[in-house]
Each structure stands twice: as C-alpha cells, then as structure tokens.
Design a protein around this ligand. Sequence first.
Ligand code: NOJ
Length: 570
Amino acid sequence: MMLSHRVGRVCHVLVLVLCLSAAEDFDWSANNHDSFYYGTFPNGFSWGAGGSAYQTEGAWDKDGKGLSIWDVFTHKKGKTFLNDTGDSSCDGYYKIKDDILLMKELNLNHYRFSISWPRIMPTGIKSDHVNEKGLKYYDVLIDELLENRITPIVTLYHWDLPQVLQEKYGGWQNISMINYFNDFANLCFERYGDRVKYWITFNNPWSVAVEGYETGEHAPGLKLRGTGAYRAAHHIIKAHAKVWHTYDSQWRSKQKGMVGISLYGDWGEPVDITNQKDIEAAERYVQFYIGWFATPIFHGDYPHVMKDFIGRKSTQQGLGTSRLPSFSSQEKSYIKGTCDFLGVGHFTTRYVTQKSFPSNRGNTYFSDRDIAELVDPRWPDPGSEWLYSVPWGFRRMLNFIKTQYGNPMIFITENGVSEKIMCTELCDVWRIQYYKDYINEMLKAIRDGVNVKGYTAWSLLDKFEWDEGYSERFGLFYVDFKNKNKPRYPKASVQFYKRIINSNGFPNQREVENWKSKATETCSTSNQLLAADPLTSHMEMVTEVVVPTVCTLCILISAVFLMILLRKRN
Ligand code: NOJ
C-alpha cells in the first residue's frame, strides 16, 4: 500500500515535470486555408516599418566610422551582384528628417533600425576608441523619432561586425566576441536606454551563421562546412544571453525596457500531412531554422532532433564529439528564459519531405537535416528567387511558435516582398496583395491565441540587399539609386499599408476592395515622373562633363585670340 502510494506520487511528480517542461503539441494535420477574415487588431497593436544600418545608412567611411566585415566583403570583386556595395546606399545617414517624414506619411507607430557597431566603436573594442560623432548620429535619430511619436525598436547586431574583430579573432568563430559584444551593448544601453525601450540583440542569427560561416555567400565569406555555422551560432546564443543578463541586472529597473532577439524562419509544411515521415521532416526543417536559436533561449538547450541528427552523423564520420557544440548545465540555466519578447522575421514557405544524405559524401548544415525542399509552381514569386508568397504559412509558423515556446510576446520584425524588375515600377500591386494576405493571416493567428503585439513591414525603403546588391527592391518607397540625391518615391503599397494602419486592420470587404483601387490611382502618374528622372540625372552628368569642357574651350579660345592680338601688335 505504502509502496504503491509512493510510486503514485513519483509518477504524479514526473507527469507534472513533463507537463511543465514539454512544449504543447503543434497540430500538423490541421492546415486551415480559411477565406479572408474581415476584422481589426487588438487596441494598441503597433504598426511599423524597418531597415538596417549597412543596408541604408551609406557614409561607410565618414565621421570616424571603422570598417565592418560588409565594407571589406563588398569591396572584393565578385561577392555581390554587379559588385554593388553599401558605400552610399540610401544615404540614410544624411536623411534622418526626410525619412521620418515618410514614416509620418505612413502613420507608423514604430520604426526598426540597427546601430552600426563600427560607427560607434571603430575597432569593435571599447577600450580602443569610442566615436562620439557616431554616437551622436543615433542620438539625433532617436530624438527625432520620439519627437514625432514614433517608437524606436533598436537592433544591436544586423550583421556588420567590426572588421578588426574578424581579422584579429575570426569573428563569431571565437568565444571572445561574447565580451566584446556585451561591452558594445552595454554602451548602447547606457547612452540610449533612457529613450529606447525595445532592444533586439541579434537580427537573424541563422543567416549570420549559415551564410557567413557555412556557405560564405555573406560576409565574412567563410566556407567552414559542417562546423562553422554551429560554432558561430553557439557563440551568438551565449552573447545574446549575456547581453540580456547585463540589461536585466544593470539597467532594467531604471530604464524599464525589454530585450529580445529577432529570429528568422521560413515555414516548412509536410508534403503529405497524413505521412508521419513527412511531418518529421517538416518539423526538422523548422527546428533547424528557428528552433536552433529559440529552443535554447526558451528551454535551455538545442532541439533534440538537432542533437540526434548531427550527433549521429558526426559519429558516422568517425568524429569523437558532435559537430554541434553542447552547453554545460550552468550555461543551460543561464541561457534559458533570456527573452522578454521574440522578434519574428518571416517571408516564405517550403514543402518538405524526407531525403537521406549519407555521411560519406561530406556533411554540411543542409545535409545534416535529411530533407528535400519543394515549392508549388502556382505560388506567386514576384521578386527574390527564394521568396514565394504563401500567406497561410505565416499563420502556421506563428501557431508553431505559440505551442513550442509557451506563447511568448511576439513582434513581427520583418515581413514583406521584393521585386526584381530593374526598370522603375511604382504600381506594386503584387506587394499590396502580399501585405494584404500576410497581415490577414497574422490577424487569424491572433484570433488563434498567438500573442503578436506589433508588425514591421520590411522595408521602409529600397536598400542594399546583401549579396543581391540593389537588384531586389523590398521598399514601400522606391529609391532612385542612380540619382546622386537618392530621391524616394512612394509605391502604391504605401497608400494601402497606410489604410490598414489607420483602420487597425480590415474593416469590411467593400472598404478594403476600395483601398486597392485608391492606392493604384496615382501610381501611374508618378511612374511617368520617375521614368523621366533617369533623363534628369543623366543631364546632371552631362552638365558635369560639358561645363568644365566648355570652360576649358573658352580659356583656350581666349588664349588663341590673345596670341593673335599680340602677334598683330608686333
Ligand atoms: C532578412 C534580413 O534580415 C534583411 O536584412 C533582408 O533585407 C531580408 N532578409 C530580405 O532579404
């Protein structure tokens, strides 16, 4: 009797522990493709747009800024489309007031931007030098935003690591980045924390790790296949946790802000939702994406499936330890719970099925997952090669996050679509469609109980798109990069997004349909104006050439006349 009672209690405790630690189950079999939902967002929902330092600021070598890995990477031949660089980009560094006017035109509640680490610490190391002019630039930006009642959401790391830290230590391959990053973050809290209440430690660490250290498509361009990404991610996760603790222990009580991380994830849908193998493959896809970072941050350790797969493949390779590093138990408890809100960047979806990659052909992050990705050819893909419009994937993704990580507070930190056409096009009907459908799926997710507090359209402006250079335009505002004044022109989607913001959602069918025609009313006239612009900028160029030439000719002719005159006198 006593024994069974004890066993009963042990079981009860065990069940409780399991319930507390296990994530709620995500229902893979329920993919609802409901029709459009008319309704509004909760009161206080925050509408925004975003950009990042290297993609928009330009002024790459101005006012004491140090080099970042992106400055160096883009200055090497063959790394970006047409060897484009972010040297001047949108010249955002000189256009704070102009850009805030654009935000006002949209009626934005928040603006998301990032701080360039080498602009305020040229070598990345605080004790070397702090650049007051760089600090001042962000002071002005923050103050101007607040004066215009736009909340700043500030990212500390949007990929522009100081070059010195790359050269000296190997960047995120090296554990010393954790302390350097913490010093940088601490300075930002100290200087701006009285006014900034939303901090994002890292933007899209998946890209930093995989594209920076595995495939080498992004700066610093390293191809450390099968190991580099895991190691970089390991240090980034620890650096994030350290910065969260710094804020928590030194600044939170005074400044009352929040610190989160912005994770990027495409959604993975099983090819066949009744097939267990496909479900497992899709789950692996998502766990290797967002779960890689979110699971340690919310639960203290990497997803089981990553540990299993990478561990097994490492053994098959004859390695003594897994290529996926592990956290000590102290580290696990230090990292767990270091997120006041979760930033989510989401653009697209893939169908996923199981596909084995034998270890003897060499392992990479991609082959470690044992999956194949597919797309439906009917999905619209107006812009970037990888970006198919699949709105329902957004709702699935948000529900997955809700069930896996205990329904955290979410800010959508990036969502939007690009266009690839090189000619000017302000009538961006496909972008209107994308925003309409994705924002609607987000509204459905909120009705499902997902705790989304804000939405950031990506991006405010057309800007430098990393290895794609200027060939992909994500902006609500068109930027004429060929014109040295970098003028901005509203695309039709500005009018549409503005109406969603002003109505805090989608009031009714008649009105929303009317928005679309209203939004496209003026864009063709603006298109004509813009089409004339290359001519104007060309004329400027001509003036630059012609005026000096005419002057030189005048001087030469006068000299000839003078000589003739002098000869006649003699
Ligand atoms: C995610 C990156 O964070 C952002 O900088 C980029 O513009 C978008 N992807 C689109 O490629």
